[in-house]
Design a protein around this ligand. Structure first.
Ligand code: MN3
Length: 244
């Protein structure tokens, strides 16, 4: 005990001497903050209850889709960034913009996280989603002829996606609206493919989005889905996009 105390005191006096020997010419710089950990991506809460889109999207599908499918993509994205630190600290949008050169785990999970976060918000319980704003309605009429003609094209695009993917309504760089589809978890914000622009509406046509209720009948899901569109939110996205 005495030895330990002596050693401690000796060490202390040595340190003090060393400190006194220094003649700082500049104010002491605070110790550098610890390097922040890579920002973990997190899943925002659903803007409604799991059963809120019944009977169009059933509660079990919503729960599994949100908790397991989307949840796994958020966890997978965080794990992929830990595995490839060059991607740490980038925003989700930045990851999408460079997806063509990213590892598959980054591309797929970043896409999945963005796509699902978007998808939850462009839906709303029956009777609450409103209608396209006059500005959006005018743009739809200008570029598709009518709302019904747009829906017909969107439906055909959704049905034409072989396997898994998404169908989208985007604003192209030239300001025009366009409908198209992307495979897997790709989206029009990625630097891949030639269908690029700012999405304002998108439907998940992976079987996991509809199979429990609609089984193989994707067309029934796509047709029913219009009644839970949050046109108020889609109109807001349109207004924001054309303002930029
Ligand atoms: Mn999905």
């Amino acid at each position: 005990m005495r030895l330990a105390l002596t050693l401690t005191l000796t060490a202390f006096s040595l340190l003090s001497s060393a400190a006194l020997a220094q003649t700082p010419t500049a104010p002491a710089v605070p110790a550098a903050a610890a390097t922040p950990a890579a920002p973990a991506f997190t899943q925002a809460a659903l803007p409604y209850a799991f059963g809120a889109l019944e009977p169009i999207v059933d509660e079990a599908t919503m729960r599994i889709h949100f908790e397991r499918h989307h949840g796994a993509q958020v966890a997978g994205l965080n794990a992929a960034i830990v595995a490839t630190p060059a991607y740490a600290g980038k925003s989700l949008e930045a990851l999408l913009a460079t997806a063509s050169t990213a590892p598959a785990a980054i591309r797929n999970n970043a896409g999945g996280h963005w796509n699902h976060s978007f998808y939850w918000k462009i839906m709303a319980p029956l009777g609450t989603g409103g209608a396209p704003s006059p500005e959006l309605a005018a743009a739809i009429n200008r570029d598709f002829g009518s709302l019904d003609a747009f829906k017909t094209q969107f439906r055909a695009t959704s049905m034409g996606r072989f396997g898994s993917g998404w169908s989208w309504l985007i604003i192209k760089p030239d300001g025009k609206l366009a409908v198209g589809s992307t495979p897997n978890q790709d989206n029009p914000l990625m630097d891949v493919g030639d269908f690029r622009g700012k999405p304002i509406l998108g439907n998940d046509v992976w079987e996991h989005a509809y199979y429990l209720k609609y089984q193989n009948k994707r067309a029934d899901y796509v047709d029913a889905w219009w009644s839970v569109i949050n046109w108020n939110h889609v109109s807001k996205l349109y207004a924001e996009a054309v303002k930029q």
